[in-house]
Ligand binder design. Sequence first.
Ligand SMILES: *[C@@H]1O[C@H](CO)[C@@H](O)[C@H](O)[C@H]1NC(C)=O
Ligand SMILES: *[C@@H]1O[C@H](CO)[C@@H](O)[C@H](O)[C@H]1NC(C)=O
Length: 526
Amino acid sequence: GKASSQGPRARLCWAWISILLLFLPGLSDGGKLLVVPMVGSHWLSMKEVVEKLSERGHEVVVLVPEVSWHMETTQAYKVVTHPVSQTLEELDNAFKEFATVHLMEKPFPLNILSMYKAYLHIYNTFFGQCKDLFHSQETLRFLNQSGFDAVLTDPLFMCGTILAHHLSLPFVFFMRGFGCNLHFAAPQCPSPPSYIPRLFSFNSDRMTFFQRVENALISLLEFQYCNDYYGEALKLSSEVLQKDVQTLEELDNAFKEFATVHLMEKPFPLNILSMYKAYLHIYNTFFGQCKDLFHSQETLRFLNQSGFDAVLTDPIFMCGTILAHHLSLPFVFFMRGFGCNLHFAAPQCPSPPSYIPRLFSFNSDRMTFFQRVENALISLLEFQYCNDYYGEALKLSSEVLQKDVSLMDLVNSAAIWLLRFDFVFEYVRPVMPNMVFVGGINCAKGKPLPKVMFLYLQIVYFSMKSHYVKSKSILIATMHKAGHQSLSWEIAPSLLHCGHAISLHNIFELNWWGFLFLLSDFFYAL
Ligand SMILES: *[C@@H]1O[C@H](CO)[C@@H](O)[C@H](O)[C@H]1NC(C)=O
Ligand SMILES: *[C@@H]1O[C@H](CO)[C@@H](O)[C@H](O)[C@H]1NC(C)=O
């Protein structure tokens, strides 16, 4: 059963590459190929192909680190080395540690966690050689001037891929396995989690219900996992490929894309995945501005010389937090919501998953057994999620503060948390003495809603309890038909705490997100 789903496709891909490389007459005329291999056993099979290519009249150059495990090479091709800073001993030790982890017997999930750490460690150690390559201007100049036609590389290591992008060359992957199903995900092969078993799930293509759930969970996690695993590679790529600073148009587009995703109806888990991507994209786009701040030495000098006593900031963007750390100033958070329960996790409020409902779980503080399991799963995932979501922020922090910084390191030293909601409307939960509820302070003056708002909107009934959008499409259709002009709103007073009297006419139900994005769309239109 197992072979029937992946086997033919893999064989097809392999056949395709073989044909392309070895038998196409056009290529056999002799091209110039740069080979970026992976050391160790991966080289053994690639070596055969490289020799064959050379035999057929191609000019082949194999790029290897100066210090590395012995790689058997022949006269058939040129070998170019690049300087590296690590010693052979460091590589050996990383590998020994890696091998040891596979021999230890630990219970779940400790086994997975130590495995993950070991993979990350060995990857980052070896990837140091790639960083050294990009520090060697001489090698880069030589490679650029050699006029290669293509790059042949093992994608697992990612170095050849970054190099190919840097040199703007087409690249061919030669591979056996690739984490996170990337070899099927990247070329967009259809890959429904109910039928395509995930790597290391040990499922076949005939799964029971629970195996499908497991498979779906793995496919949700693997996305996260690979972004983390390839963290160093992504960091280097952004440096090497130097993305420019954004324009207002780019910010606008990121926001539009973000809003659009909330209006699309996709089945689970596609909805979650595209939502996640949209969040990541909008965050990273806006966070570019924070990077630009830290590139402006002049601004930083001015801020440092101004002798501020404290920083007041909204934590969600993270830029103010990094700045406060940079300037060694105490900081106060002013906020409504924070992903992954960070506002409760960072000040170390007790937060047992059986009693404290997680954000977006729509559970209450009285949960059934399955709701508790769901709640616990969410709290496991949210940790990963936020590390990834704030990936760019963490990267910048480590650069700016010149030490490894975790998400908790960044936010747990907040002096005061001003929480812009009211405990009356939240489930009962323990909080810390430096957390102050200030919900509704923006409504203190009780100003009437601007008239233009009534013109724009007539009724949107927002229900905290509707977990799904029942009539979103009807609402949107109505909005479009009316050119956004015949809808008004009624907001649960618990949300805005302003208690404006509003007339009710046509009632549509919207969930929290639908509501937020209707509002954002509205403000956007204004
Ligand atoms: C490679 O060389 C060309 C021509 O000399 C130059 O225009 C290009 O910027 C170089 N590329 C890199 C990545 O250095
Ligand atoms: C701020 O200025 C002080 C005194 O001039 C200096 O010692 C410190 O290193 C500066 N801090 C930053 C982050 O530039």
